[in-house]
Design a protein around this ligand. Structure first.
Ligand code: TEU
Ligand code: CA
Length: 589
């Protein structure tokens, strides 16, 4: 068989530049800050750095609203800074993956500005539609259909200059590009080739599974007057959802295969990962099957969408058997061909140690962070470490609305509490505190100084979002000096993957699927077998049946490969047939 591509054995580290390291005292992280921290990242052992967007942007959605794909926003620095980062990273054997946001642009992009003129060549580069017949354009009810935006309000914004509405799944400053137009696709591919020629090593592709929209044979969108496709049901906030008609649409495979041919064919050493809301495990297998020439891997979302009551603003505690079932679905689908990404944190998710672990005491936080990391990294696939996860950084625990910055949270509060009246202020504030995206966007905690070393202590301005007070104990300076830190454990996990092909490539089999506290599975490759068993609870638990049988089958002294507490503690735990709170162990069978 052909050797597995390099990225099947790699670990990717996601940097949110705005919150990573500020070097010019303006309270915002910047590219020079990333360059200044490359040794820390190389020491951690990761292979790839994925940067959230640093392109020119009005920053309406923190850079996911791009106004010039081929220039760097002054907030982050210059193209020369980017070239320096690429060179310095490559010198350390680190690859740089950029965030490709091409489902939409900023409304301040030259393409959109030109598109407002119906006679301009860019007129058809976005989704423009007239007001519903018989209505007054720009007034409620005149929108082409009832779709709502993920960031609140209608997904249609009226443009008086053009006298029509444009479609935006996200904010009104993020108009969706019209991928049906080959000129749009050509421009995207040219830009991608420009970055690859500049030395970047691939892309994380923002909501790339939303680019193909479902229309009827006359090009009419669902719910448009005269469309053969009815719109979906109206939800509690007064809008229908674009998702059923835009996720994994009819030309998804065609567009991805065309992109592969036009951009990546003939190149080597790159990787691509698509952010894939609305994709099933079976579709993940198809899209990541190398024979189909589409993408290397995808981020699926069911495992970070299920622990709530119909909306992320109504969180529910972790149902571990359900999580195991979802993860098993991911793993099984790509057991033959295709590949999996492994993540439970990113700039859109709350901190995993606060979500599925226990951040109420330092000991529980360190132990549960290690247990969650062991569980994730021992799966088959490519792991993604989100900045600060390796320190066991926690949610912000903000208590007031004015502490938040994210338009998703602020718009949702207004829409759900003040407009649709479907959630109380108290319940919504609790929901944002638990699941808001700002939880993972507070500044990286480098040391115990005033602003955690994120910005210069004498900075003239506060950081753009508050530093978490717990930086005095949770920070990289302390962690890198402590052999028992979460950071040290991530180093061990990453080294284990690099030195043992079974971790990246071995088969994966869940055991004791119904156990409510223990996550256990077996990896196997060429006769070698590893058992991973993790207690994802704060109580002492007995080993479930199949796991206990496998442990008993081993030699008297189990061969401990890695353990969250210690190898000696692991031996005692397994001999007693029980695990301490948050204890995770891998043994060679
Ligand atoms: O996220 C798309 C997306 O699905 C998120 O909006 C996620 O579903 C939501 O935040 C969870 O509640 C990508 C980027 O990662 C995100 O930061 C951008 O805001 C969004 O696309 C628009 O570009
Ligand atoms: Ca700065």
């Amino acid at each position: 068989a052909t050797p597995n591509p390099w990225w099947t054995n790699a670990v990717v580290y996601q940097i949110y530049p705005r919150s990573f390291q500020d070097t010019n005292g303006d309270g915002f992280g910047d590219i020079k800050g990333i360059t200044s921290r490359l040794d820390y990242l190389a020491d951690l052992g990761v292979d790839v750095l994925w940067l959230s967007p640093v392109y020119k942007s009005p920053q309406d959605d923190n850079g996911y609203d791009i106004s010039d794909y081929q220039d760097i926003d002054p907030l982050f620095g210059t193209l020369a800074d980017m070239d320096e980062l690429i060179a310095e990273a490559h010198q350390r054997g680190l690859k740089i993956v950029m965030d490709l946001v091409v489902n939409h642009t900023s409304d301040e992009h030259a393409w959109f500005q030109a598109s407002k003129n119906p006679n301009d060549p860019h007129a058809d580069w976005y989704w423009w539609r007239p007001a519903r017949p018989g209505t007054t354009p720009g007034t409620p009810g005149a929108e082409p259909n009832q779709w709502g935006s993920y960031f609140g309000g209608s997904a249609w914004e009226y443009c008086p200059e053009r006298g029509e509405y444009f479609f935006h799944q996200f904010s009104k400053k993020q108009p969706d590009l019209n991928w049906e137009n080959p000129a749009v696709r050509r421009a995207v591919y040219d830009m991608m080739n420009w970055w690859l020629d500049r030395g970047v090593d691939g892309f994380r592709m923002d909501v790339i599974t939303l680019i193909s929209k479902r229309t009827d044979k006359n090009g009419k969108l669902p719910g448009e007057v005269g469309s053969e496709i009815p719109d979906g049901p109206v939800g509690e906030e007064g809008y229908s959802s674009p998702n059923p008609f835009c996720a994994d649409g009819p030309r998804q495979d065609e567009f991805l295969a065309e992109m592969r041919r036009e951009v990546f064919d003939g190149r080597s050493g790159f990787m691509t990962v698509g952010e894939a809301p609305g994709i099933t495990p079976a579709r993940n297998e198809h899209i990541t099957d190398p024979a189909n020439g589409e993408l290397d891997m995808l981020f699926l979302f069911e495992h970070v969408d299920f622990d709530c009551d119909g909306t992320k603003w109504k969180p529910r505690p972790l149902d571990l058997p359900r999580l195991k079932q979802i993860m098993a679905g991911y793993q099984t689908a790509v057991a033959g061909v295709g590949w999996a990404s492994l993540f439970d944190g990113n700039h859109d998710q709350p901190r995993v140690v606060s979500r599925w672990g226990d951040d109420t005491t330092d000991e529980a936080r360190v132990r549960s962070a290690k247990a969650l990391a062991l569980m994730l990294h021992m799966h088959r696939g490519t792991p993604y470490v989100y900045q600060g996860e390796e320190l066991g950084m926690t949610n912000a625990h903000f208590t007031r609305l004015d502490q938040y910055r994210d338009l998703e949270s602020l718009n949702a509060y207004r829409q759900r509490v003040e407009e649709a009246h479907v959630q109380s202020a108290e319940s919504m504030l609790a929901g944002i505190a638990a699941r808001g995206r700002d939880n993972s966007r507070t500044p990286m905690q480098w040391d115990d100084s005033t602003y955690a070393g994120f910005t210069t202590p004498d900075a003239a301005v506060e950081p753009w979002i508050a530093v978490n007070d717990n930086h005095v104990t949770i920070n990289a300076a302390a962690a890198t000096a402590d052999p028992h830190s979460v950071y040290a454990f991530y180093q061990q996990l990453i080294a284990l993957r690099h030195n043992n092909p079974i971790v990246a490539a071995g088969s994966w089999k869940l055991i004791d699927a119904d156990d409510e506290h223990i996550y256990a599975f077996v990896r196997a490759l060429d006769g070698e077998r590893l058992l991973t068993v993790v207690n994802l609870s704060g109580g002492t638990v007995t080993l479930p049946h199949d796991t206990a049988e496998l442990v008993a089958d081993g030699v008297t002294e189990p061969d401990v490969v890695i353990a969250t507490h210690s190898a000696s503690h692991a031996v005692v735990s397994l001999a007693n047939n029980e695990l301490d709170p948050w204890e995770g162990i891998v043994i060679r069978l």
